[in-house]
Design a protein around this ligand. Structure first.
Ligand SMILES: C[S@@+](CC[C@H](N)C(=O)[O-])C[C@H]1O[C@@H](n2cnc3c(N)ncnc32)[C@H](O)[C@@H]1O
Length: 348
């Protein structure tokens, strides 16, 4: 079966990486078939469809997930639509929506929707009705260049969560908090999944831990500032996350009686976030060495750093290597670098 992801345009590489990491976390046997103009298609065995539904609950940088019915080109589209056995897909009501991407902006998608809808109606001999508001079957047609993907939508990701949980809407707020969307994306890049343990040793207001908790993992937070510790607890409770442990401590000397499955973190930049008077480069180096001791052998770290810190140099004294990196421009003077770290093979 081929699955289509309609990606967010916020970043060029992060949406694909998030899907890749999330599929890997679920041990899916997948193969990327196509990636261009905000569309990613992936071949996955039919029996792994449940994995796609799991992904649909957690990925941040995808708008929709669809199942490909067939692929064609503009010239053959109507003929293929006419021939397709729609009664196998549509039971009661349906809607046809066209998304154009990477083509002439004057292309008339509405006219195409009407045309496809009329052909399907004829094919179904009036056994199903058009319902544009809340259809049982949502047929998503994607036109990109001369390629046309005709698909059935499986999942539409809601943006509501990311608005409702914006940092200033939580009970405890402090400037420098990370957006819930990026926090979710970073958890996914670190292959975080249900019932695994995630640590944020610079937890601040708990933004990363909230998203890990919503995914269903057990969360552990540390911050040097007692005020942040109390604030994180308040925020986690507010989000109904019960399986947590948050305490005051120094990320350069993490004291945990067990190892964690993943570390997702956003250390201080030495600008707005407090570094308790310690040079930020030193904090990074020393905390990475401490993370090395508490992370399981096969665990991942996903870490945000400001563009002006050389993360390659910071990692060079550790057993980790950087396996992926993404850049997110925050404003004129700050780009966040999101790095995924894994223990290098010789250090396992
Ligand atoms: C950039 S903020 C984290 C923001 C967080 N991601 C959020 O969404 O609120 C960095 C945090 O690291 C904490 N911090 C600074 N030095 C630390 C250290 N040595 N050990 C642990 N926490 C430290 C600061 O108190 C601050 O809360």
């Amino acid at each position: 079966m081929e699955i289509i992801f309609l990606l967010s345009g916020e970043n060029e590489t992060l949406p694909k990486a998030e899907i890749n990491a999330s599929l890997e976390a679920e041990n899916a046997s997948f193969k990327v078939k196509y990636h261009d103009q905000g569309i990613l298609t992936v071949e996955i065995p039919d029996e792994e469809l449940n994995i796609i539904h799991e992904l649909g609950k957690k990925i941040a940088y995808t708008h929709e997930i669809c199942k490909l019915l067939f692929e064609t080109d503009i010239t053959n589209l109507n003929k293929k639509i006419k021939e397709y056995p729609w009664k196998n897909v549509i039971n009661s009501d349906y809607a046809v929506r066209v998304k154009k991407t990477g083509i002439d902006p004057n292309f008339n998608s509405q006219a195409m929707e009407i045309e496809i809808g009329a052909i399907i109606k004829g094919n179904l001999e009036d056994k199903a009705k058009v319902n544009l508001e809340d259809p049982e079957t949502f047929l998503r047609t994607i036109v990109t260049g001369n390629r046309v993907f005709v698909s059935e939508r499986l999942i539409k990701r809601s943006k509501k969560h990311y608005y409702a949980l914006k940092p200033h809407k939580r009970p405890f707020f402090y400037p420098g908090s990370m957006s819930p969307k990026l926090a979710r994306g970073m958890n996914n890049l670190a292959r975080v999944k249900k019932e695994k343990t995630v640590l944020d040793p610079f937890c601040g207001t708990g933004g990363i831990l909230i998203e890990a908790g919503i995914i269903g993992s057990n969360v552990v937070g540390i911050d040097i500032d007692e005020k942040m510790v109390e604030g994180t607890k308040k925020n986690l409770e507010y989000c109904d996350i019960k399986d947590y442990e948050v305490f005051q401590g120094d990320a350069r000397n993490i004291k945990l009686p067990y190892k964690v499955d993943a570390i997702v973190t956003d250390p201080p930049y030495g600008i707005s976030a407090s570094t308790a008077g310690i040079e930020s480069k030193r904090i990074y180096k020393e905390s990475l060495l401490s993370m090395q001791e508490v992370l399981k052998e096969d665990g991942y770290i996903c870490m945000a750093t400001p563009h002006y810190l050389d993360i390659h140099e910071l990692v060079s004294d550790t057993k980790f290597k950087i396996i992926e990196q993404y850049h997110i421009r925050m404003h004129k003077s700050l780009t966040r670098v999101i790095s995924v770290l894994k223990r290098s093979k010789n250090n396992m």
